[in-house]
Design a protein around this ligand. Structure first.
Ligand SMILES: C[S@@+](CC[C@H](N)C(=O)[O-])C[C@H]1O[C@@H](n2cnc3c(N)ncnc32)[C@H](O)[C@@H]1O
Length: 195
């Protein structure tokens, strides 16, 4: 639940972002020098639009494709296009035909949680698996992936599996992520060509 006393919530209001989650991406971007001028980015789970709004300030003449199951975010910018799709069911070939290849894949997508630690972790990992399974098709060689996961029993094994496909794979819990949350971001930098 959003706590209006939360300093990131107040900062997001002040900075005109629809969600406090923007400061998670900002921290990851600063630390890993992720976003560059001219990039083409896909933002999975983009609604209500803070990450895409932040990206628009950072990509210059680059472009963003936002994808979510929800109605589109209130973003009016010729560099932003929106697709209402479920990551879990979107066909890879059709996605590639529509968006081509990208420099950066982001996913802040989170399934609605039930409170059951195991099943919430599995549902989150299912999305993350799908996001990473798209990388060989839509990510340019050298491109990177950042994806949120609710950590669980299988997270470490998944991270171990994707490691060979990238030059570097890190895990980060940004300051804006609530202490009580199990969320963590997998930051997979520079996809290897042979992946
Ligand atoms: C925490 S919000 C993302 C916030 C966003 N990064 C921002 O800064 O505004 C998570 C989003 O993931 C979306 N989502 C969850 N499961 C999804 C799925 N299977 N396919 C596409 N979007 C999904 C939800 O609809 C929700 O809008």
């Amino acid at each position: 639940m959003i706590n209006p006393k939360d300093s990131y919530y107040r900062k997001a209001k002040h900075d005109n972002y629809p969600a406090r989650s923007v400061y998670k991406l900002e921290e990851i971007d600063r630390r890993y020098r992720l976003v560059k001028n001219g990039m083409r980015v896909v933002d999975f789970g983009c609604v209500p639009g803070s990450w895409s709004k932040y990206l628009l300030k950072r990509i210059g003449n680059g472009t963003i494709v936002g994808i979510d199951v929800a109605d589109p975010p209130a973003i009016r910018d010729g560099r932003f296009t929106y697709m209402k799709e479920d990551i879990l069911s979107i066909d890879t070939k059709r996605l590639k035909e529509r968006i081509g290849t990208v420099d950066l894949i982001l996913s802040d997508a989170c399934p609605s949680t039930s409170g059951n630690r195991f099943s919430d972790g599995q549902a989150s990992l299912e999305i993350v698996r799908r996001v990473f399974s798209l990388a060989p098709s839509i990510l340019k060689p050298g491109g990177s992936v950042v994806a949120k996961v609710l950590t669980g029993e299988d997270t470490a094994e998944f991270v171990r599996k994707i490691r060979p496909g990238f030059e570097s794979v890190r895990q980060s819990k940004p300051k804006a992520s609530r202490k009580e949350s199990r969320e963590m971001y997998i930051i997979a930098l520079h996809q290897r060509r042979e992946f």
